[in-house]
Design a protein around this ligand. Sequence first.
Ligand code: GSH
Length: 207
Amino acid sequence: MSAYELYCFKESGNAYKAALMLELTGTAWTPVWVDFFNGATRTPEYREDLNEMGEVPVLVGNGVQLTQTGLILDYLAKETGRFGGRDEAQERDVLRWILFDNHKLTAYTATYRFMTNFMKGADKPVTDFLGQRMHGAFKVLNAHLEGQDFAAGDELTIADISMCGYLFYPDEFGVSWETSYPAIGAWLDRIKAQKGWQHPYDILPAS
Ligand SMILES: N[C@@H](CCC(=O)N[C@@H](CS)C(=O)NCC(=O)O)C(=O)O
């Protein structure tokens, strides 16, 4: 029996962050598909039983029920002793990049991708704004990764696992890493080389 269930769906880069961490740490888990596009996360039952914030992912098992990927990653890092940072200074750096990810990188990328790929009739001034903010975050990350192999030093941490959540399908937001952000492309290749890595569309359930 799996130690954990992860409430998730294929298109969710946020769910992918948790799924990738589970895979990279060799932790047993089972996906529980959430019918997000038909409003499953907006029902009173979902909010009451799983997540009052009405979001995916939710990690359940081992006596916990957790939401917010930053928290889920931190919990799994502590449980497994992997990817959490080797000392307090690195842990602070990990937290700094997870906060940047949640506020700037994933927030704009996920919303831009959602509006341009999955919503019909998205308002162009809104998507233009989101696209500019997304590229602003890519510029920051690319410049940072020109100087080091991973977000918080020379080894993979949960900061990388958080930030890469939406970045393995650049065609869905019209970006070529090689052309525009080569340091991000090289960093993603380093993540892909990790034992246990899988593409989001290969580990998350479609239904
Ligand atoms: N900061 C949250 C973001 C989670 C999130 O936005 N998940 C999306 C699916 S990928 C969602 O459920 N959105 C529903 C909504 O915003 O109403 C996290 O890191 O877990």
